[in-house]
Design a protein around this ligand. Sequence first.
Ligand SMILES: Cc1ncc(COP(=O)(O)O)c(C=O)c1O
Length: 424
Amino acid sequence: MPDFVSKFTKVKKMRSQLLVVAKKNPTPLYLYDAAEVKTNLTMFRQAFAKFGLQSKVFYAIKSNPYAGLLKTVVDEGVGLDVSSQCELKLALAARAKKIIYTGPAKTEKDFELILCHHSKITVNLESRRELELLAKMAGAKKITMRCGVRIHTKIQQGWTKFGIPLAELRAFYDAAKRYKSLRFCGVHFHISYNKTPEKYVAMLVELANYFQKNFKPQERENFAYIDIGGGIYPQPFEGVHTWNPNQESYFDNYEKTLDKVLNNKFHPRFKPLVVAPIEKFAQDIVVAWHTKISPLLPRVELYAEPGRFISHSAMHFLLRIIDVKNPQLGITDGGNNMFGWEKYQFFNYVPLFNLSQFDLKNEIPFLTCGSLCTPDDVWGYYIYTKKTPKAGNIILLPFQGAYTYTLAQNFIKEIPPVYDVRFI
Ligand SMILES: Cc1ncc(COP(=O)(O)O)c(C=O)c1O
């Protein structure tokens, strides 16, 4: 259950400063909150350290590539996980010292850029074609490129386009060892949307069994990392709409449902997301690591590529109500091109706060729409407010950093600027 109480306290703390920001700057705005990023990063690292394992963190840029955020994580001593040339350029601009390059179907152009910056990069390869191509290109430049391979098992069902089956790891290793231009030393896997740690543990156990059966002890010494990817869910500041528990994105009876929402027929108004705390993830992963992995692979370090865990609370949306069409319908200046999908319309309930008529106790049914020229542009169905919102009121949708800014698009309206807030 997300810690709504402490988040509400922070909203209260942010309010007066944000009203000043809205007075001095045109809205809509993304607000970047570096303090949230630092807190999330510390929580992540300390959870593993508490159980006796130093994890090497590579923040997954794809979850939020804002340059200020990348600078924050790099300043905190963290590496970056990139998945394309454009993300690699962002990582280089942020002066990342360590970079993991993970992503399917890498091309010659991708490897050209990677080789230009080879001393900072580890490549997670995805296929034999990539292996041969990188070996050839690195050899031609007399470079030894650090790399590993992405594997999948039954746990990555539906994700077989990524990497190689675990059963092919031995043959892949033998192929890599033929090239002096490669330092093949790692294994990577990724599992998405984990609200509990079971799948990580199952992957580590399966990997350990495979290594025991297929690699001699001196061969295992060549492995320097196991990269468990991203996918650890944070305690996000959001829930699921009660009327859409399966998070469907097509709705037959949307109008009728909307009527019921606005007539306050749904109690509770949202279903909280139940997610294990990071300590539980860390504890179970570290136990599997110490009992299964370390005895077999004494030199490996644990790499992790958290994205949403670090960025989920890093941004807030600041909007202004432009039109109030009736006592239950308002339109803001910002629209859903700021996050690029129907997140709040169908997928997630997130509290909206009227900063101009502030009241943390009174949440009324009120449809807050964006101003794009499409009906699929909804910020929320309820709002915390003293009285019916008015034109000019400043609205906050807080703690919305993961896979929002990344997916912003120039659809109808331009992407608004980011404002760095430092709360005092
Ligand atoms: C290879 C890889 N690493 C890391 C991540 C980040 O995942 P998350 O934001 O869920 O932590 C992703 C997301 O798809 C990924 O594909």
